[in-house]
Design a binder for this molecule. Structure first.
Ligand code: E4P
Length: 221
């Protein structure tokens, strides 16, 4: 499973990329808004993320009608070859994705909350489809079930669309996504941090250190 980082924060992206496990980044208007004032403009922020990640970086179109989404996408696509345009799952979004995919501009259909929406995204030619599982859990729907359904549907046909499990809230979401065989999980920085920690690892390190300390004088490295 590929791991994307779900943030627009440069420090978080740098720290995580150093670990060598980050394949891409997803941003959204909320995440980008949090970084306000740190860059001259949005292109500067997205360009910097692309330079660090050197993999797919999703940036979301704000426009609502197809023509405007396409113009916005064309501008974003000039920033870097790594840019992927996030397009919300609407009628106009689908129209825009179809045209952008013909024009070889990469797209990620976002705000997907049902397997049928994912099916339509794949039919339109989206490179990625992003079901938001955490937000479904929030309203007492089993978010992860739509990942199971989408996997089944996509495996029935020859779609090239990759599923990005989005709106991840905790490490169990990542574990479940990997067990289902999702293509990608886009993970917030704090969840990634929790994934790499285990109390027994820390206890183990302390114990090894203490044991070796007792005989340190007798060994040369
Ligand atoms: C994904 O692409 C979105 O940016 C993100 O996962 C949304 O997560 P949230 O529901 O925690 O805002």
């Amino acid at each position: 499973m590929k791991i994307f980082l779900d943030t627009a924060n440069i420090e978080q992206i740098k720290h995580s990329c150093e670990l060598g496990i980050v394949d891409g980044v997803t941003t959204n208007p909320t995440l980008v808004a949090k970084e306000k004032g740190k860059f001259k403009d949005l292109s500067g922020l997205i360009g910097t993320i692309c330079d660090i990640v050197k993999g797919p970086v999703s940036v979301e179109a704000i426009s609502e009608n197809a023509d405007d989404i396409i113009s916005e996408a064309e501008k974003f696509a000039e920033i870097s070859k790594y840019v992927v345009i996030k397009v919300p799952m609407t009628r106009d979004g689908l129209k825009a994705v179809k045209i952008l995919s013909r024009n070889k501009i990469k797209t990620n259909m976002t705000l997907i909350f049902s397997a049928n929406q994912a099916l339509l995204a794949a039919k339109a030619g989206a490179n990625y489809a992003s079901p938001f599982i955490g937000r479904l859990d929030d309203i007492s729907h089993e978010g992860m079930q739509i990942i199971v359904d989408i996997r089944e549907i996509f495996s029935n046909y020859a779609f090239n669309t990759e599923v990005i499990v989005a709106s991840i809230r905790h490490p169990l979401h990542v574990l479940e996504a990997a067990k289902i065989g999702a293509d990608i999980a886009t993970i917030p920085f704090d969840v990634l941090d929790k994934m790499l920690k285990h109390p027994l690892t820390d206890i183990g390190i302390e114990k090894f250190k203490a044991d070796f300390e007792k005989v340190k004088g007798e060994y040369k490295i």
